[in-house]
Design a protein around this ligand. Structure first.
Ligand code: SF4
Length: 171
């Protein structure tokens, strides 16, 4: 036991990824600054799944845990599009969900933006021949920013949100 604590004191927590933590700290700092500056400290996101496998949503759930802690940076997921600034769209666009996605977008007060999440929303092949698919999402909505990945990791989602924030600062 003494040997264990001695080694722990010498090496610290060896499972810690210091590179990732440093990167995350920087991203958090920049997101917070940008949200404070451009959204008075509060950016609300309404997420809509237009036909996803739910892995993108699972990664978004991780953003609420105490490690990523997105809410502490002023970014909130909200239940109603009327309280949102951004529509976060995941999944391949299905015929059944198309009117609901458009409806959610219509209900967001201006100024508003659409961010597509994961590779599905911009994907057409191999679904173009399917009666159930109405892809890509760009056909129906103006996408302000796209976050790549299948699924994107929580860090990649945060990186994507930061890229979006930087993009709208320059518009
Ligand atoms: S991008 Fe990948 S993880 Fe996300 S909904 Fe599509 S298939 Fe699932």
């Amino acid at each position: 036991m003494i040997k264990f604590w001695k080694r722990r004191a010498e090496k610290g927590i060896i499972t810690k990824n210091r590179v990732l933590e440093k990167q995350l700290e920087q991203i958090k700092k920049e997101i917070k600054q940008s949200v404070n500056k451009n959204f008075a400290g509060s950016l609300a996101i309404r997420m809509v799944d237009s036909g996803s496998c739910n892995a993108c949503e699972a990664e978004c759930n991780a953003l609420a845990n105490s490690y990523y802690d997105l809410e502490r940076l002023g970014i909130y997921f909200v239940a109603s599009p009327r309280h949102a600034d951004v529509l976060l769209l995941s999944g391949v666009m299905t015929f059944n969900m198309t009117p609901h996605v458009k409806d959610a977008y219509e209900q967001i007060p201006a100024p508003k933006w659409v961010i597509s999440l994961g590779d599905c929303p911009l994907m057409q092949a191999p679904f173009e021949a399917s009666y159930a698919i109405n892809a890509p999402a760009e056909k129906h909505l103006l996408i302000a920013h796209h976050i790549h990945g299948c699924p994107p990791s929580p860090l990649e989602i945060m990186q994507g949100l930061l890229e979006f924030l930087k993009k709208i600062e320059t518009i």
